[in-house]
Design a protein around this ligand. Structure first.
Ligand code: ADE
Length: 230
């Protein structure tokens, strides 16, 4: 069971994500709880203000530290500076630790997580310095907000939860997993066995499980080598 608290200005953005089969499966199986906290509902500022112009000038708006702190306090009834010592509070930010399979597995093993989505130009730096335990990036490019990044993280994480995928093994032998020595996954084929003369590798049609397994591991090895050479 993992409880995910997502802090965002746009909770409605997650509706599509929640409706995805693996996510609704995990929720129905009691393996996942998704909760949304809208910064705007807890802002101490008037007129629902949550962001401000950057000191020193420059384009865009910055999510205020007092606003993020107020939202965390409202949710956890404690000082956010202490909170991060006992709970992983993760800011989604382009400069953070790059998300990979190992980090996803690490996070999927937690009982609860807090995800903070930034907007516009991101967070006041003091949020990152004092209020979070982790900074995670889904890649070295800048999105308009952390919501898509949070969904990417959640999607990858939910795939690792029991009951999310129809077949438990699909997550075990996925690309970059330990079962494949961190290598990319072997290729998959389905019917028809031939299309425009493009034939499915004969071994996969053989029904010979040991040989199929050998072939798949070999494909993973070859692909790992090829991607190292790129
Ligand atoms: N917020 C904006 N861009 C992001 C990125 N690349 N990764 C995580 N959070 C982000």
């Amino acid at each position: 069971m993992i409880e995910l608290d997502i802090f965002t200005l746009f909770p409605a953005a997650f509706a599509w994500f929640e409706a995805q089969r693996h996510v609704s499966n995990a929720t129905a199986a009691g393996a996942l709880g998704l909760h949304y906290i809208n910064y705007r509902d807890h802002t101490p500022l008037s007129a629902g203000q949550v962001d401000d112009t950057p000191f020193g000038g420059g384009a865009g708006m910055v999510l205020r530290v007092d606003v993020v702190e107020a939202a965390l306090r409202a949710r956890y009834q404690s000082d956010p500076v202490e909170l991060r010592a006992r709970r992983r509070v993760i800011a989604l930010t382009p400069g953070g630790r790059l998300l990979d399979d190992a980090l996803v597995s690490e996070l999927a093993a937690e009982a609860e997580l807090t995800l903070l989505c930034g907007r516009y130009e991101g967070f006041d730096e003091r949020v990152l310095e004092h209020l979070v335990s982790d900074r995670v990036s889904i890649g070295r490019y800048v999105l308009a907000g952390g919501e898509l990044a949070a969904m990417v993280l959640c999607d990858a994480l939910v795939r690792k939860l029991p009951g999310a995928l129809g077949d438990e093994r699909s997550a075990l032998e996925e690309s970059f997993s330990e079962a494949l020595d961190g290598g990319p996954e072997y290729p998959h084929y389905t019917r028809p066995a031939e299309h425009r003369g493009w034939r499915v590798p004969e071994v996969l049609l053989s029904g010979h499980h040991a040989r199929i397994r050998e072939w798949r591991m070999e494909q993973t090895r070859l692909r790992a080598q090829a991607s190292e050479q790129r």
